[in-house]
Design a protein around this ligand. Structure first.
Ligand SMILES: [Zn+2]
Length: 255
């Protein structure tokens, strides 16, 4: 029975991921989320329902539009798979606690949206980061890490990247990141609390450096701008999920 429930949770995650893809593409373009129905951005052809099944359609179409053959970005199946996996993890980690589960759903959806928009447009829109920060603070009224840690997390998250940005600008004369990154890190602090800011920042930076060097070696480029928000999202996601696993594990060992 448990396995069947998990399969449903995963499938529901794939469907939600497909909606997050719509948000990732449409919000920065200023297109309504409801109308028009899904279309190919290259040829404008409406996409039939059977070509719009999460993951499955991408595989059947081999990543190309049925009408014009334009490549469908790999982001689409990746976001769907990532969301499916996230739903499964949220379910296994919190399923007797509805409020925890709801917060996890809101937080991870915001992270996936921001990761996708930053990767494709180098943008972290305020419309997600500012309400995201507020909702993280509201959840902390009822859940750990508590209001104090959440407020401090938001403030220190914003300030720390701002200082980093100013320092980087002073030393190199370049902008290492943007204001969207500060607001996104404030959101992460609001949801996860001040104690998780440093681990998230370290993991995001290390991952960014490794991927950056990898791309520069493969593509033989000397200069490269990476979407830091995408790495922040991946690091926050990993620590958010992993931390809960550690708590469960330590509970198992101590009880
Ligand atoms: Zn097309």
């Amino acid at each position: 029975m448990e396995v069947i429930v998990k399969i449903f949770v995963f499938l529901f995650g794939l469907v939600w991921g497909s909606f997050l893809n719509v948000v990732i593409y449409r919000v920065p373009e200023g297109i309504s989320l409801l109308k028009p129905r899904s279309f190919c951005p290259v040829c404008g052809h409406k996409i039939k329902w059977y070509d719009n099944i999460p993951l499955f359609s991408y595989l059947v179409l081999r990543g190309k539009c049925r009408y014009c053959g334009a490549k469908i970005p790999l982001r689409y199946p990746l976001v769907e798979l990532w969301t499916g996996l996230t739903f499964l993890l949220l379910w296994t980690n919190f399923h007797p606690q509805p409020l925890e589960m709801f917060r996890g759903f809101v937080f991870t959806s915001l992270l996936i949206i921001l990761a996708g928009i930053d990767a494709s447009k180098m943008l972290l829109p305020d419309i997600f980061t500012i309400p995201g920060t507020l909702s993280g603070i509201i959840f902390s009224l009822f859940l750990p890490p508590g209001l104090k840690s959440s407020l401090l997390g938001a403030a220190v998250g914003y300030a720390s990247l701002w200082i980093f940005y100013k320092g980087f600008l002073l030393i190199t004369g370049k902008e290492g990141m943007g204001f969207g990154d500060f607001k996104m890190f404030a959101m992460v602090g609001a949801f996860m609390g001040i104690q998780h800011l440093l681990p998230v920042l370290l993991l995001a930076s290390v991952a960014g450096v490794f991927v950056g060097i990898g791309i520069m070696v493969i593509k033989r480029k000397k200069d490269l701008v990476l979407p830091f928000g995408t790495f922040l999202a991946l690091a926050s996601w990993a620590i958010y999920v992993f931390k809960l696993d550690l708590i469960r594990l330590s509970l198992k060992f101590t009880l």
